[in-house]
Write a protein of this length. Structure first.
Length: 403
């Protein structure tokens, strides 16, 4: 005989979400992009590379070749570490840039964002302290927050992290790691000098600290001399994880990144990746390796950087008229972002709806801070629009910021 519950019985409540899921919010950048998706909006908010500059034909040819020549391999499962040919190509690119690297030093990831998540899994216990720049790449704050870390900002200035302040925090807080984007940083566009990189490496060596060096923008240099990776400095070679990505130099839709790390940590990240997604899509890896073999990625990046420089210059030329008197802004030597600070009486978050009504958008600076935010700041991406569109966007921005 079947026993049924009375129809009036109330369903029991489901178990709650994990505390970390309840406490970590979404990305304000993603939220803004959703609001400003209308085609009439000139969007300085996104961190999107210019799609018209993608080498779509070169990438398509690489996929065609792979699927024609090794379809069974391209569509099959692969090793967690990544396709050997791609790892070897990545190791070669790092080696010629002053960081001797073997293929076995490299773990291919599904975008460098996944590399951050794997490192958080492998290194961070709930309650551990993680040091970040001020301001900091927003998605890194999310990753470390999800890991249960206590995130502490390192004071700095227009040149980046203050090494003296860093050492004081390391002594006082005993953090697990420092996360930094030292070249054309997101969100500020600033670059850490050789001298400060050496000082940061020295602190890590003397005080016992992992450094996570994220470099998604370093190849997008418009002017000035290339600055060596922190990972290439002798004092730091055994304690730096270098992250890289094809998202800004080839195409973000490939979702291809990598990490270069000392053996024990790299193996821990490999195990974490096995649990996360088994491996990065094989066909994407093989197509990227084929692209590197058949095409000149460096020449492509140089062309892209030339266009981005024109767009940066267009934004710099119009900012004085667009922003209120007393505003200041950065002049990045590369990358994708420019950082502006309005007079202290302005709140960039509160002003955004007013600005969006003018069909233009930016990202307020407040979400990029681990500690007390500077609410007068904002981030402008200059690479997605043409110089003419940038000029019109700045005119609209000026109108939206007027009292």
């Amino acid at each position: 005989m079947t026993v049924t519950e009375p129809a009036s019985t109330l369903a029991a409540d489901l178990p709650p979400l994990a505390a970390r899921a309840r406490s970590i919010g979404g990305s304000p950048v993603r939220d803004i992009l959703a609001v400003t998706a209308r085609p009439e909006v000139i969007n300085f908010a996104g961190g999107l590379p210019a799609p018209e500059l993608f080498d779509a034909e070169g990438i398509a040819a690489a996929y065609r070749a792979v699927l024609a020549e090794v379809p069974g391999r391209a569509l099959q499962y692969s090793t967690t570490e990544g396709e050997p040919g791609l790892r070897a190509a990545l190791a070669g690119r790092m080696s010629v840039r002053g960081l001797p690297t073997d293929a076995d030093d490299v773990l291919v990831t599904t975008g460098s964002q996944q590399a951050l998540s794997l490192l958080a899994t492998a290194l961070v216990e709930p309650g551990d302290t993680v040091l970040v720049e001020s301001p900091c790449y927003l998605a890194a704050l999310q990753v470390f927050g999800f890991a249960g870390a206590r995130v502490v900002a390192v004071p700095g200035d227009a040149e980046g992290i203050d090494p003296v302040a860093l050492e004081e925090l390391v002594v006082r807080e005993r953090p697990k790691l420092l996360y930094t984007v030292p070249t054309f940083q997101n969100p500020t566009g600033r670059t850490l000098s050789c001298e400060r990189r050496a000082a940061v490496a020295s602190v890590a060596a003397r005080r016992g600290l992992w450094i996570v060096e994220d470099d998604p923008y370093g190849e997008l240099r418009f002017e000035g001399e290339r600055v060596p990776w922190i990972a290439s400095l002798a004092e730091a070679h055994d304690r730096v994880v270098l992250l890289g990505s094809f998202s800004k130099v080839m195409a973000p839709g490939l979702r291809l990144g990598w990490l270069r790390a000392p053996g024990e940590l790299r193996r821990a990240c490999t195990v974490a990746k096995q649990a996360a997604d088994l491996h990065t899509p094989t066909v994407n890896q093989l197509a990227a390796a084929r692209y590197l073999a058949d095409r000149d990625l460096d020449a492509h990046v140089a062309r892209v950087a030339g266009v981005y420089r024109e767009r940066r210059d267009a934004m710099l030329a119009g900012l004085a008229d667009a922003l209120p008197e007393g505003s200041t802004w950065s002049r990045p030597e590369g990358g994708m972002f420019l950082w502006a600070r309005l007079p202290s009486s302005y709140d960039a978050s509160a002003l955004l709806p007013q600005v969006v009504r003018e069909n233009v958008a930016y990202v307020p600076g407040a979400p990029f801070y681990a500690g007390e935010p500077d609410r007068s700041t904002l981030r402008l991406c200059f690479v997605t629009q043409t110089p003419e569109e940038i000029g019109e966007g700045l005119r609209r921005l000026g109108a939206g910021l007027r009292p």
